[in-house]
Design a protein around this ligand. Structure first.
Ligand code: LR7
Ligand code: MN
Length: 593
């Protein structure tokens, strides 16, 4: 299982049911239903639809890097819920290929181009803050492997567009031996001709993985501070100054921004709640609510928060300190585990790790990792073993209790890392648990300290916009469940309308969800858009459960980019499907209160 998947489970579905045994349980009674406010879920940032069919065609010309990119240099395409609309087979191909290669909607990413505005998600009080004028300058290191070019360049341009020049020493792009043609050819040309001299491209001759990749990037850097970003991020307003300030005050402080959510299905940018990093005994990263004790103080919502761990991809650290502290474990491969390793190392060896609420960077969260390791190995297990053996002392038994098959697994040579730990005079893992992560549950003989009180910032249900029937104009029928409306996975069909039947009543809410009889959400498969729409548990993460009502009475599925239609208006079966929006009668619907 990947970190991302674990994260999504935690974020979207409350604590994962499969992980019950080692979840981190706040005090009974205070445990919220869903630990994250509804507001956190993707939400459209701008007003009504604005991607007229004609404009779309015009924008296809004049772009050297491929179709669909709308004026990538000037950019600023108005973002709309219908950004992913499929107009023809070519669009469908871009979308499908994108999901296959990148696990996000590349059609929308390409249409957005390389620049866009994002909503300023900071707490209002952040805007009043001022930062010292003499901040250290930063080298931004971005490692990538087979990234979608538009997402990579939007990451780069967001940094160039929203970082004061005197604070941006350089950007270092590390191509981890990508295979995609546009990254091999067009990117080099683009960096040379379109970007400032301070943007450098380093190519790995073989695939190293993100861990050694970042070390290579850092070895080329000459700025005072290293800032690492994933290759599918967008930095927000005033993102860097709040990160550099605490580093300037204390070079052994490592800082992370709040990681906002860019939806993989709609590319909507939305705010994350302020949470902090933890982990479980499976050595998976997870988000935790912030204990009350961390939130008290005069600075309130804008104060830095101590975090036991970092997610891994987005952080800033003094460059010399990064080297002193042992960079990363170069014996770790491809993906996974390095984030916990560096977190433990920072805390145990005299540093500290903070999350800075006034710094915000968006990241595309995807539901699966679209690449593997070259030999198909489970690098997460390999890396976690190294981490456990070097840093976790007797507590590595907690990991082995969950993963007994790994006890005898070879993890390579760790002598250097064990020596590093000695040389840096690092504290014990017990010290780390007692002082930095006391809420971690420990099974077995060691009893545990009392739990801190957690709070959950404002929890909100999406507002209902309308309640009524979904009426199909051509057949005079209504959209209903084929079976019982509480049956998960059940199909929807059109049937005779019955205005007294609660089972025909839909709710449409501000998150663009359609909920039948207040039970289940109308949902499509993002990867198999030929599958008919179904009723599924509302997941609140947008995408496959988002619908809009638009021009020509269309009912548009946001993530698939197509419209709902009745397959055969003459058939009594009443089957529905999604298809390319064409304004025809079978695609016309009314929401009637
Ligand atoms: O072989 C590879 N070589 C690379 O250069 C594999 C990946 N990469 C690049 C890749 O293109 C991307 O830019 O490395 C970066 C991270 O890979 P992702 O985006 O597939 O990882 P992720 O976002 O799923 O995973 C999180 O955990 C990882 C553990 O190794 C890394 O630390 C990621 O940086 C980290 N991402 C974040 O922290 C962003 C917030 C997500 C969360 C939680
Ligand atoms: Mn990522």
């Amino acid at each position: 299982t990947s970190v991302t998947w674990t994260l999504l489970l935690f974020v979207y579905f409350n604590f994962s049911e499969e992980n019950q045994s080692f979840k981190n349980v706040p005090i009974k009674g205070l445990e919220p239903q869903r630990p994250f406010p509804k507001k956190f879920y993707p939400r459209f940032t701008r007003g009504p639809v604005h991607i007229p069919e004609l404009q779309q065609k015009e924008n296809k010309i004049g772009n050297p890097l491929g179709n669909h990119v709308q004026d990538p240099v000037k950019g600023e395409v108005e973002f709309s819920p219908e950004m992913g609309m499929i107009f023809n087979e070519e669009d469908q191909e871009v979308r499908d290929l994108g999901y296959q290669k990148h696990a996000f909607n590349m059609l929308i990413s390409n249409r957005l181009g390389y620049h866009r505005e994002v909503p300023d998600t900071r707490d209002a009080k952040c805007r009043e803050k001022s930062y010292p004028p003499d901040l250290p300058s930063a080298s931004v290191v971005i490692c990538f492997y087979n990234e979608a070019l538009s997402a990579l360049l939007r990451t780069v341009h967001s940094v160039l567009d929203r970082t004061p020049a005197h604070l941006l020493h350089e950007i270092i792009l590390v191509d981890d031996n990508s295979e995609l043609a546009d990254l091999k050819k067009d990117l080099g040309e683009y960096v040379k001709t379109q970007l400032p001299k301070t943007t450098k491209l380093v190519r790995n001759e073989k695939r190293e993985g993100l861990i050694r990749g970042r070390m290579i990037g850092a070895s080329h850097a000459t700025g005072k501070v290293l800032v690492f970003l994933d290759s599918h991020c967008e930095v927000n307003e005033m993102w860097l100054q709040p990160l550099l300030t605490p580093i300037r005050e204390d070079r052994r402080t490592v800082v992370c921004p709040v990681i906002d959510i860019i939806s993989a299905d709609t590319l909507t940018y939305s705010s994350s709640p302020v949470v902090r990093g933890g982990f479980n005994w499976g050595l998976h990263f997870k988000w935790d609510l912030v204990p009350l004790s961390e939130l008290e103080g005069p600075e309130g919502a804008t104060a830095p928060i101590k975090s036991p761990t970092m997610a891994g991809g987005l952080f800033a650290m003094d460059r010399e300190y990064f080297n002193e502290l042992g960079q990363y474990d170069s014996g770790m491969d491809i993906w996974g585990g390095e984030n916990l390793e560096i977190s433990f190392r920072i805390w145990m060896c005299g540093g500290r790790l903070l999350i800075i609420p006034c710094s915000r960077v968006g990241h595309i969260f995807r539901k699966r990792r679209p690449y593997g390791s070259p030999g198909g190995q489970d690098t997460m297990a390999h890396n976690s073993l190294r981490l456990a053996h070097v840093w976790m002392d007797e507590y590595k038994e907690q990991y082995f209790a969950l993963r007994p098959e790994l006890r005898m697994r070879n993890y390579g040579n760790i002598t250097d890392r064990v020596e590093l730990r000695k040389r840096l005079n690092c504290k014990s893992f017990k010290w780390y648990l007692d002082n930095i992560y006391p809420e971690m549950q420990i099974s077995g003989p060691n009893a545990k300290a009392p739990q801190p009180v957690f709070i959950n910032r404002a929890q909100k249900r999406p507002k209902i916009i309308q309640r009524g029937r979904l009426y199909h104009l051509q057949t005079n029928k209504c959209l209903v469940a084929q079976g019982h409306p509480s049956q998960k996975g059940g199909l929807v069909v059109v049937r005779e309308c019955d205005y007294n039947d609660q089972n025909q009543v839909w709710i449409y809410n501000e998150d663009h969800e359609l909920i039948l009889n207040n039970l289940l959400c109308l949902d499509v498969s993002e990867t198999r858009s030929s599958d008919p729409p179904r009723l599924m548990k509302c997941h609140g993460s947008g995408g496959s459960q988002q619908w809009t009502f638009g021009k020509n009475n269309r009912l548009y599925q946001v993530s698939v980019g197509q419209c709902m239609k009745v397959v055969d208006p003459l058939s009594h079966k009443g089957y529905v499907a999604v298809a390319i929006c064409d304004g025809s009668l079978p695609q016309q619907w009314h929401f009637e209160s």
